[in-house]
Write a protein that binds this ligand. Structure first.
Ligand code: CP3
Length: 348
């Protein structure tokens, strides 16, 4: 089988597949003991992201341990932000901290658009190492979307209410537009370099877009994501793009206008409802906490999602957000096997 006929790529393109392919957001992460060991050896989380040998090893863990259909590059959406000129630290139990905070037009003018081949070469080297070792399955590249990255940059980290980000958006239009412009350029170049280095498809994480009303999303965030997607599709029409965010049911119709191939759904979005708004392939959307339920419960939830997914143009199974660190890897493995078994059964 040539890699371009892999079920994940076929499902993304809306072609017939023998079973529903599955991968898991944050599959290369802390629920795995092997990950925790490598992470300890590497030093900080950022050190691990910058170590191609170890990062490649981490990317491949879930292929062996839980049998997912694709690997995802091990990195973080904030990795390119550091090269724009903002310090990024991950503090234990606190999440990311970004410094200095960006609050004026002058600050934005100082931010740079990184040249990935130079400043982010460790990411591209990681991709090349994974591709040498992963022969039979696709590799997913990724980036944050301009809005989600802008929210981290303006808030200085994670946020509950996005007061700073939204204030800039509404009150300081020039600052907002120049930041979003720089981020769009950064995200486009970063994803292009990942594709050139060998990834087979990409996911754009606009994780927090759902905090915007439809009206604000359309005015302040969507146009920048659209620009990135259009430029990628112009250069790489054959590389599928997945677009994902949480709590964004109200934005499904708008996002369906993006030239992406797959719309990622969080676990609160009902697939039959999504299919009234989206005519593309879908990805998702089991509640990550369902992996703490017994096998019977997992199986019945999987059956419903797989059956609903058969009505979409294409379906890639995933959780509705990242796998949680306390998850038992055996449950994740059971999930993957169950998706494969049930989806074959339902296809007859
Ligand atoms: O999916 C994968 O396995 C690939 C690697 C990956 C990571 N982060 C590794 C990571 C990917 C695709 C991401 C994306 C990411 N990072 C997003 C978008 C996805 C989403 O959750 O909506 C966001 C918002 C971030 C920012 C981020 N990174 C936060 C808020 C945190 C701290 C919270 C936490 O879970 O600790 C991180 C850290 C992070 N990124 C870890 C991993 C494995 C944990 C670091 C560690 O302690 O080892």
């Amino acid at each position: 089988m040539s890699l371009k006929d892999h079920p994940i790529l076929k499902a993304a393109r809306g072609e017939e597949v023998p079973y529903t392919p599955v991968w898991i957001m944050r599959q290369a992460g802390r629920y795995s003991e092997k990950y925790r060991k490598i992470r300890e050896k590497a030093g900080s989380f950022m050190d691990l992201c910058k170590n191609p040998e170890l990062a490649a090893e981490v990317s491949l863990i879930p292929i062996d341990e839980i049998g997912v259909d694709a690997a995802i590059l091990f990195s973080d959406i904030l990795v390119p932000v550091e090269k724009m000129g903002i310090g990024v630290k991950f503090l234990e139990g606190k999440g990311p901290v970004l410094e200095p905070k960006i609050s004026s037009l002058e600050d934005v003018r100082r931010l740079r658009v990184p040249v990935p081949q130079k400043e982010l070469s460790y990411v591209l080297d990681t991709i090349k190492l994974i591709k040498e070792r992963l022969k039979d399955r696709p590799l997913i590249g990724f980036s944050g979307a301009p809005f989600t990255l802008a929210s981290y940059i303006l808030e200085g980290g994670s946020s509950k209410n996005y007061i700073k980000a939204k204030s800039v958006m509404w009150n300081e239009r020039e600052l907002w537009d120049s930041l979003m412009e720089k981020l769009s350029e950064t995200v486009f170049k970063y994803l292009r370099s990942q594709i050139e280095a060998g990834v087979d498809l990409v996911q754009i994480f606009d994780s927090w877009m759902g905090v915007l009303s439809k009206e604000d999303y359309e005015e302040f965030a969507f146009p920048y994501t659209e620009k990135v997607v259009n430029r990628l599709k112009e250069e790489f029409p054959q590389v599928p793009i997945i677009h994902f965010g949480v709590n964004s049911q109200h934005l499904l119709e708008v996002n369906n206008r993006l030239k992406v191939d797959v719309i990622g759904l969080d676990w609160k979005t009902e697939i039959p409802y999504a299919l009234t708004k989206v005519d593309k392939a879908i990805q998702g959307n089991l509640d990550p906490v369902a992996l703490f339920a017994d096998q019977e419960t997992i199986e019945s939830k999987v059956r419903k999602i797989v059956a609903d997914g058969l009505k979409a143009k294409g379906h890639i199974f995933n959780l509705g957000h990242g796998i949680l660190p306390p998850t038992d890897p055996k449950k994740a493995k059971f999930l993957v096997e169950t998706v494969h078994r049930i989806s074959k059964e339902l296809r007859g």
